[in-house]
Design a protein. Sequence first.
Length: 175
Amino acid sequence: LNVWRDKLYRLGLLGLNDDGIGFGNVSIRFRKNEFIISGSGTGKFKKLTEEHYALVTDYDVKKNAVCSTGSIIASSESLTHAMIYEYANNVHAVMHVHHFKMWKKLLNALPATGENIEYGTPEMAKEIVRLFNEQNLSHHKIFAMAGHHAGIVCFGQNLDQAGEILLNEFDDVTN
């Protein structure tokens, strides 16, 4: 998990914005619908240790609630990750990054959430289901968050597959 998190950090796909707020997160499936995710606000750290991750053990979309263990609060984007894991049994890794140029390209080319959908909300979780049902998200494995400036989510059977999908898109807009 840290190998890919470090790559994304070095590329500026997760980190700290100009307002001092951390952005981006990574997760891996632990078992069934439980997953390990980078903690809230960890984008400010160059390197993460075990204490920077939380194990999400349960969630309730209707109540906008996440139960987790660990010494840090699970990322505010945990419900998004949870819905991907719930909806796609073969997915074992999810990455949420920010990159404006890639985001603009993806908005017009691949699945995208609605512009009025805010990140970290039950509405975003429901939007994930819509993308799987209506926009063939299981095939694309990447989408833009239209209502979350520069936000992109990708996923795969493992971290390498998710990372490869993401880096292919990244290379298209940076080369």
